[in-house]
Design a protein around this ligand. Structure first.
Ligand code: FAD
Ligand code: SIN
Length: 501
């Protein structure tokens, strides 16, 4: 980080949302002839590439095939979301998908093609047409690498191992306190535009596909500022997490089912057609609930995924990362063995409320990517619409910021500030209480009891001076409470929020 502590734009997060915004701002600057160079800083809690983005497998959804259309993609998004989506926002984001793909390619992303030069489009649950652009089964790693390279080559400024821990709003912008996790010291930065791109909330749960940095910081910090938070109850569970007794966190991409793999019960018989006519390729909320039901009926910890009908060439070429992880983590070879799978926390459809241009309810504060709630996903996100939303919303925010840019960067005098106190917590107990109540199947009495227990911990827990670990744990506790309150405010089941009678 440079010695200068004022920036036009501070972006919290280095995944597809944060780095795409930085790259769009770089591109816009190149087109402008003004003398003053926009000062932009990207901050990342871990290494720049330790993001959910880098772990994405299936790909990015976009209607680029001549037999496909924006309208069909919109319809699938609305159907998967139980029609709780914001229709205008959905139309706006989905219609930008082909252009977003061109932008990604412009920054160096290589999507797989067939021998005739057309994109090799995958199929995933809830889509009525193959429309998933991918790079083998490591699409996220390919995207992360390319957007990072583009940013670095353009001289972009990034501060790794740095966490935002406190924000103060002023009339002209924000004072943000950053904590340097390597050197254990704080830095205060003033910025005019502040962008939350902090990703998901997986670490609230005992089992998640998300990285260790997915602790809901952006949601917590925005809530502290008074920003509206929406639909936190809408937590998506991916149907097919690789099940191993220890360390179950690896995802088996839905694209494998798109290529023909089928879900089987403990007697090794197909069951999904009993739950939905689309079978193993029904939207995620339906498939996760069906698996949960089958597990409950059989008393087993998982069901099976059968990928043995997929040709060895396709397994090797398209799914080599999944094959090698199944072998190394669970000792199963998808070409010969059934894969044990169970639903696992995967994605937050709710988050910091924004309008269709990424603006939150606080002037100058924006939210993009998984931490935001735009209304695109409704009550259940359509597969591979998340990377898409991240890049498209980044483009809109880049436009917003450029349109409202100040000529001179002013900096107000710094106000007094203290490190926050934190709670000393038994975090595994907090996660256990919360995960038990906020899972695939919910029950009002259990949610009320979990909320009571967590509120009790929050009010009566031991308050100690700031340290990073307990700060992060305190955020997990506070966001868990927000989520349970949102879930309890909903009186009926919809999409991923399913209340058992
Ligand atoms: P992330 O990529 O998670 O980045 C978050 C950033 O915020 C990180 O840099 C982190 O360090 C930073 N951060 C967090 N807190 C702070 C703080 N306090 N201060 C500073 N920085 C902070 N979606 C699809 O569309 N297609 C797929 O194929 C797909 N596959 C997936 C597979 C897996 C295993 C997972 C976990 C998710 C997948 N998803 C997929 C979902 C998608 O990858 C994510 O929703 C998306 O990448 C989120 O991008 P993001 O930029 O919002 O957040
Ligand atoms: C997957 O590859 O199954 C994940 C896709 C997604 O989360 O959209």
């Amino acid at each position: 980080m440079s010695a200068c502590n004022k920036y036009d734009v501070l972006i919290l997060g280095s995944g597809i949302a944060g780095l795409s915004l930085a790259n769009y701002l770089i591109d816009k600057q190149r087109l402008k002839s003004e003398n003053r160079k926009l000062k932009v800083l990207v901050v990342s809690k871990g290494e720049v590439n330790e993001t959910n983005t880098a772990w994405a497998q299936g790909g990015v959804a976009a209607a680029v095939d001549t037999n496909d259309s924006i309208e069909r993609h919109v319809n699938d998004t609305l159907a998967a979301g139980s029609y709780a989506n914001d229709t205008d926002v959905t139309q706006k984001i989905i219609s930008q998908a082909p252009e977003a793909i061109r932008d990604l390619i412009g920054w160096g992303v290589q999507f797989d093609k067939k021998s005739n030069g057309d994109f090799d489009l995958g199929l995933e649950g809830g889509h009525d047409h193959p429309r998933i652009l991918h790079h083998q089964d490591i699409t996220g790693a390919a995207i992360q690498h390319a957007i990072q390279e583009y940013f670095t080559k353009a001289g972009g400024e990034i501060s790794n191992h740095t966490a935002a821990i406190d924000i103060l709003k002023t009339a002209d912008g924000f004072w943000v306190t950053l904590f340097d996790l390597s050197r254990h010291k704080t830095i205060r930065i003033f910025c005019v535009h502040l962008v939350m791109a902090t990703g998901g909330i997986g670490q609230l749960f005992t089992r998640t596909t998300n990285t260790r940095y997915s602790t809901g910081d952006g949601i917590y910090l925005s809530h502290q500022l008074g920003a509206a938070i929406k639909e936190l109850a809408m937590v998506q569970f991916h149907p097919t997490g690789l099940y191993v007794e220890e360390n179950s966190s690896f995802l088996i991409s839905e694209a494998l089912r798109g290529a023909g793999a089928e879900l089987l019960d403990h007697k090794e018989l197909p069951f999904m057609h009993r739950y939905d006519p689309k079978g193993s390729l029904a939207p995620r909320d339906i498939v996760s609930r069906a698996i949960w039901q089958e597990m409950r009926l059989s008393g087993k910890e998982h069901v099976w995924l059968d990928a043995r009908m997929i040709s060895p060439q396709v397994l090797q070429h398209h799914f080599s990362n999944i094959v090698s992880n199944c072998i190394s983590r669970a000792g199963v070879d998808p070409a010969k063995d059934l894969i044990p799978v169970a639903p696992i926390q995967h994605y937050s459809c709710g988050g910091i409320a924004t309008d269709a241009n990424g603006r939150t309810t606080i002037k100058g504060l924006y939210a993009i990517g998984e931490c935001a709630h735009t209304g695109l996903h409704g009550a259940n996100r359509l597969a591979s619409n998340s990377l898409l939303e991240g890049i498209v919303m980044a483009k809109f925010v880049a436009q917003e910021i450029t349109d409202t840019l100040q000529q001179e960067l002013q900096i107000p005098t710094e106000s007094a500030w203290e490190l926050p106190m934190v709670l000393s917590l038994d975090i595994s107990n907090v996660k256990k209480i919360f995960s038990h109540a906020a899972g695939v199947m919910r029950n009002t009495a259990k949610m009320k009891e979990a909320l009571r227990l967590l509120e009790d911990i929050r009010l009566n827990g031991n308050r100690i001076p700031f340290n990073v670990q307990d700060f992060e744990n305190s955020i997990i506790l506070q966001v868990s409470i927000l989520l349970l309150k949102d879930a309890l405010s909903k009186k009926s089941s919809i999409g991923v929020h399913y209340i058992e009678a």
